[in-house]
Each structure stands twice: as structure tokens, then as C-alpha cells.
Design a protein around this ligand. Structure first.
Ligand code: HMG
Ligand code: MG
Length: 306
């Protein structure tokens, strides 16, 4: 079995840092991540800099990333993408020559309003317009559906409410929906029930899981999802991350912890874990704080453990 990891550290990770990093450092970060074997790296977001100042300059990063690929400084197999919330963001994204974007919606009304300033129904109207532009310009689109297990404003979210939204997103033409436990409340029991109910409704090849590790359950939730045959997981180096509009949404599942578990289970990822640990230490220095991942802090050389 092979698993794909979508690295969201430069977007989901950095969007929540108190001090925005400059473009030079963000680009160094993306370059380093691009040479680890990771296949998909999210580089930023075409959102309002008034809402998320940390993502300002994402256009420059996309251009640098595409140039690095054109100059063969990065393997052709590495994919870069960025978030797009509306037509304005899509127009900005198109100017960069981007090949892949991600739309992002929510499973709960309050989070949708706080995060992208519109209702769920309105967000789908926006997505439709973005999808039209994407189709016209041959851009691949990934979808995110946040707060699928719990909402910071409404509490528990009923899975029966989430399923039609996943289906609706796929009907829009996204190639995959990433189901987000935005505030890290899910446990394997909930994940099992969620995926059990989703089975048969959508093709699991088009489903990815996006766990935050707020309560330490992210890896267990990946394990539960693996049992349902889910083969794509989002994670963030060092466990960086959160969402500025989801109070208490601390870091994403750490990429190096995810890779360690997968490789240790004999599941191939193609990612060099030692490089990830070095990048984690490097970004810690840039951010002047330590990050919560486990593998980076363990003392034993990895070749003796994995
Ligand atoms: P709005 O204020 O409702 O937009 O924001 P508006 O259409 O009313 O326009 C107001 C102003 O913003 C106008 O400028 C627009 O041009 C400008 P003004 O006339 O005042 O000078 N504007 C923009 N500027 C730059 N880029 C744009 C854009 N759109 C309008 N795209 C908007 C609506 C969606 C833009 C805003 O709410 C926003 O930027 N939200 C960002 C939310 C965000 O990035 N959240 C974090 C990512 S989601 C997440 O983390 C969850 C995820 O990881 C999965 C999970 O964990 O579950 C994906
Ligand atoms: Mg997230």
C-alpha cells in the first residue's frame, strides 16, 4: 500500500503564527520541503491579507515554485497548490500560472461565516464561479470541508449533515475532498462511524483526511481511516498550524510523526524522515519557538527504530 501526504505547513501551518514570516524565509521553507520526497505542497492562500496577513505574498511564492519546477530545480512530480476562497482570489491565482488550487468550505454555518464571511449555501455559489474559471483555465481543484467532526462555535457536527456537502463538492468537479477535523475533536470511534456511513456514498479514492492534533488523537484517527482504505492525509511539519478563525485549533498532525507511523507499518510514502526532522529544527529557529511533533524530539537515530 502507498499513501500520499499533502504537506500544509507553509499554509495551514504559517497562517496561524503570530509573527508573519517574510517571503524569503517562506520560500526557503517551501524549497526545503520540496526536496524531501513530499509529492504535494500547499504554498499559500489567495485570501484577503486583511483577514490573514500571514498569507500575503502567496502569489510570489507560487511564481517562485513554478519557476523552480520549470528550471528543474524541483522534481516534476512535486505538485504545488494554494487556497482560493472566491473569484477575486482565483483571478489573482490565475495571474501566477498556478496549476492547482483548493476551495475550502465548512460543515457548520457559524464557522463558514467566521472563516469566509458567508453562509454554506453562499459559499457553494462562490465555488461554482471559481470552478467555472478553473475549468476554463484547466486548473485542478481540491476541496476542503472543515469542521466535519466539530465546530468551535456550534460543538458537535452531525455526520448526516456533512455527507451531502462532500457529495456536493465532488459534484462541483473537485478531484478530491479533504475532510477536516479543524479543531481536533475526533476520536477513532467517531472516524469509524463517519467513514462507515460515508462508504458507498462517495468513492474513497476521492477522499483525504485532514486531522488536527489538538487533543492528541490525530495519529489514531489516521490509523482508523487507513482501515477504510483512505490513502491521502494532510499534515504539517513539526505539527505547525491551526486556523485563525477556529479558537483552540492547535497544530495539524505533524508530518514526521505521520511518516514515522506509516513507514513503520510498512506503508510506503517516499518521504525522507531525517530531512523532515532537520527542516522542523530549522523552522523552529525561524519562529523562535519549539514545535510539538514527537519524532523530532526523540533521541534515537531513526535507522535504529523504524
Ligand atoms: P469579505 O470581506 O467578505 O470580501 O472577505 P468582500 O468580497 O466583501 O470584499 C471585501 C474586500 O476584500 C474588498 O477590498 C475585496 O477586493 C477584498 P476593498 O474593496 O475593501 O479594498 N477581497 C480580497 N482580497 C484579496 N484576496 C481575496 C479577496 N476577496 C475579497 N481573495 C474573504 C471574504 C473570503 C476574502 C475573507 O473572508 C478571507 O480572506 N478569509 C480567509 C479565511 C482563511 O484563510 N482562513 C484560513 C484557511 S481555512 C482553514 O484553515 C481550514 C483548513 O485548513 C481545513 C481544516 O482544518 O478543516 C483548510
Ligand atoms: Mg487545517
Amino acid at each position: 500500500m502507498k499513501v500520499k501526504v499533502v504537506e500544509v505547513g507553509a499554509r495551514d501551518g504559517l497562517q496561524n503564527e503570530d509573527t508573519p514570516l517574510d517571503i524569503k524565509t517562506r520560500w526557503q521553507f517551501i524549497q526545503k520541503l520540496s526536496n524531501t520526497g513530499l509529492q504535494h505542497i500547499e504554498v499559500g492562500a489567495f485570501v484577503s491579507p486583511k483577514w490573514v496577513p500571514q498569507m500575503a505574498g502567496s502569489d510570489k511564492l507560487v511564481k517562485k515554485a513554478l519557476k523552480a519546477k520549470a528550471d528543474h530545480k524541483v522534481k516534476d512530480s512535486v505538485k504545488y497548490s494554494a487556497l482560493v476562497p472566491n473569484v477575486r482570489g482565483m483571478e489573482d491565482a490565475l495571474k501566477t500560472g498556478i496549476k492547482e488550487i483548493a476551495i475550502f468550505g465548512a460543515s457548520s454555518e457559524s464557522f463558514s461565516k467566521k472563516n469566509i464571511n458567508c453562509s454554506i449555501a453562499e459559499s457553494f455559489d462562490r465555488f461554482e464561479k471559481v470552478m467555472k474559471l478553473a475549468k476554463k483555465n484547466k486548473i485542478r481543484v481540491r476541496g476542503y470541508l472543515s469542521t466535519a467532526f466539530g465546530c468551535p462555535y456550534e460543538g458537535k457536527v452531525k455526520r448526516q449533515k456533512v455527507y451531502p456537502l462532500i457529495q456536493k463538492m465532488l459534484e462541483l468537479g473537485v478531484y478530491e475532498v479533504s475532510i477536516g477535523d479543524t479543531i481536533g475533536v475526533a476520536t477513532p470511534k467517531q472516524v469509524n462511524a463517519f467513514l462507515e456511513g460515508l462508504q458507498g456514498k462517495v468513492d474513497f479514492k476521492k477522499v483525504a483526511m485532514h486531522f488536527h492534533d489538538t487533543r492528541g488523537t490525530a495519529l489514531a484517527n489516521v490509523y482508523a481511516s487507513l482501515n477504510y482504505g483512505i490513502k491521502t492525509y494532510d499534515s504539517s511539519i513539526g505539527g505547525l498550524g491551526g486556523c485563525p478563525y477556529a479558537l483552540g485549533a492547535s497544530g495539524n498532525l505533524a508530518t514526521e510523526d505521520l511518516i514515522y507511523m506509516l513507514e513503520g507499518m510498512g506503508i510506503k510514502t517516499g518521504v525522507d524522515i531525517q530531512s523532515l526532522i532537520e527542516i522542523k529544527r530549522w523552522i523552529e529557529k525561524k519562529l523562535d519557538r519549539s514545535l510539538p511533533s514527537h519524532v523530532g524530539r526523540s533521541g534515537l537515530p531513526l535507522k535504529d527504530t523504524i
